[in-house]
Design a protein around this ligand. Structure first.
Ligand SMILES: [Fe+2]
Ligand SMILES: [Fe+2]
Length: 368
C-alpha cells in the first residue's frame, strides 16, 4: 500500500507486434484537453476535517465491506482470459479500442493518485482508512487495464504520468460532485456493457469485458462513500447555489461522455452497441442511483436534450478540425466552434431539472 505509483506500475515491456504502428499511449494519457480524463488535486486539509459522526452507522458498515476486500483475487488473468489477436484486429477498431483502454486507464489512475494523496496527507482515521481502500482498488483497476495494453505493446507509463500530467485544482465540494458522479457513471458504464455482452457473447471481442461485473461493484462502493461524505453536510446538496453546481456537473459530465463515446464508432460497432442508446441507458441508470444524494435530476427525455448533445458533438468535431487546420483561419474557426459549444452547453443547462426529496437513508446496493 505504501508503494509509489511507479513501483506499482513499472514501465511496459517491449512486446510490440511487428506490423502494428507505434502508438505513444503515455503521450495520449498525458495530454490535457476538454475531453481527456484529468488528474485532480484539492484542499486536502479541508477534506481531512470531515466528521462522519452523522452517518456513523452506515459508514462503519461500508468501511467493513471495503476492508473485507471482496475483489482481492479478481484482477488477475485466468484461463478465461482468451488470447487476443491484436495484429488481426481491424486497424480502425484497434485504434479506437486502445484509445478506450488508455482513457479508462487514465481515469482509474487519476482516482488512484487523488485517493492515495488524501490518505498520505490526512490525519483523520476515518478519512485515511476510506481513501486507502479506494486507492487500493483504483491501482488494481488501472494496473489490470494496463496489462491489457501491455499485451498490445502499448502500456501507459503510469509512473511518468504522475509527474508529467497537469493537475486540475477543485475545491473539496467540487471533488465530491465530480468524483461521486464519475464513480457512479463508471459503475453504470461497466455494468451496461457487461449485461449487453452477457446477452451477446459473440460480440465480446476482448476478454477484459468479462471482468466488468465485479469491477463495477468497486466503483459502486466508492460512489457510496462519496454519497455518505456529502450526507455529513446537508448544505452541500440542498442549498440553492449548490444545486446549480450539481446541475452544472451533471450536464458537463453527461455531455462529455456523449462526445467522447461518439468519437469511437468502430469500437461500439464491434460491441454491437448503438452509442446513443448506450449513453442514454448509462445516464438513466446514473440518474436513478444519484437520487440517493442529489435532489435534482437532468431531464434526459426533454425534447432539447438529444438534439443539443448532437450539436455539441458537431461543435467538438469542428473544434478538432480547426485545431488541425492551424493558422489564422484555424484559430477563427476554432473560436466559432468554441462559441457554438458554449451556447449549446447553455441550452442543455437551461433544460428544467426534475426535483425530488432526498431519502432518509442514503445507502444503496448495486442492482443492475
Ligand atoms: Fe476504478
Ligand atoms: Fe472507483
Amino acid at each position: 500500500m505504501n508503494a509509489t505509483p511507479h513501483d506499482l506500475f513499472p514501465d511496459s515491456g517491449a512486446e510490440v507486434a511487428a506490423t502494428m504502428p507505434p502508438i505513444d499511449t503515455t503521450a495520449m494519457a498525458t495530454e490535457t484537453t476538454l475531453l481527456n480524463p484529468r488528474f485532480y488535486t484539492t484542499d486536502f486539509d479541508e477534506m481531512d476535517k470531515i466528521d462522519v459522526t452523522p452517518v456513523r452507522a452506515e459508514w462503519d458498515k461500508l468501511i467493513a465491506q471495503m476492508k473485507s476486500d471482496p475483489n482481492k483475487g479478481h484482477f488477475k488473468k485466468t484461463e478465461a482470459w482468451d488470447k487476443v489477436d491484436w495484429e488481426g484486429m481491424d486497424p480502425a477498431l484497434r485504434r479506437e479500442f486502445i484509445d478506450f483502454l488508455v482513457s479508462s486507464c487514465t481515469a482509474e489512475f487519476s482516482g488512484c493518485v487523488l485517493y492515495k494523496e488524501m490518505k498520505r496527507r490526512g490525519t483523520n482515521p476515518d478519512i485515511c482508512e476510506l481513501f486507502s481502500y479506494m486507492s487500493r482498488d483504483e491501482a488494481r483497476h488501472a494496473g489490470f487495464i494496463n496489462d491489457a495494453l501491455r499485451e498490445a505493446g502499448v502500456a501507459v507509463n503510469l509512473g511518468f504520468l504522475t509527474k508529467a500530467k497537469k493537475y486540475t485544482y477543485f475545491r473539496p465540494k467540487f471533488i465530491y460532485y465530480a468524483t461521486y458522479l464519475s464513480e457512479k457513471i463508471g459503475y453504470a458504464r461497466y455494468i451496461t456493457i457487461f449485461r449487453h455482452l452477457e446477452a451477446h457473447p459473440e460480440q465480446r471481442f476482448h476478454p477484459i469485458f468479462k471482468w466488468f461485473r465485479e469491477w463495477c461493484n468497486d466503483e459502486f462502493s466508492h460512489g457510496e462513500a462519496f454519497a455518505l461524505l456529502m450526507k455529513t453536510d446537508p448544505k452541500l446538496t440542498e442549498s440553492f447555489t449548490n444545486k446549480l453546481w450539481i446541475k452544472f456537473f451533471l450536464t458537463a459530465v453527461y455531455s462529455t461522455m456523449w462526445v467522447r463515446d461518439h468519437a469511437r464508432p468502430e469500437f461500439h460497432k464491434a460491441l454491437g452497441v448503438n452509442i446513443g442508446w448506450y449513453d442514454q441507458e448509462v445516464f438513466r441508470k446514473t440518474s436513478t442511483i444519484a437520487r440517493q444524494i442529489f435532489p435534482i435530476e437532468l431531464d434526459i427525455d426533454h425534447p432539447r436534450w438529444i438534439p443539443n448533445l448532437q450539436r455539441m458533438n458537431r461543435a467538438f468535431i469542428a473544434m478538432d478540425a480547426a485545431h488541425r487546420q492551424g493558422g489564422i483561419a484555424g484559430k477563427l474557426n476554432g473560436w466559432i466552434a468554441g462559441a457554438k459549444a458554449a451556447l449549446t452547453f447553455a441550452s442543455l443547462y437551461t433544460i428544467p431539472a426534475k426535483h425530488h426529496a432526498l431519502p432518509a437513508s442514503v445507502r444503496l446496493e448495486p442492482s443492475y
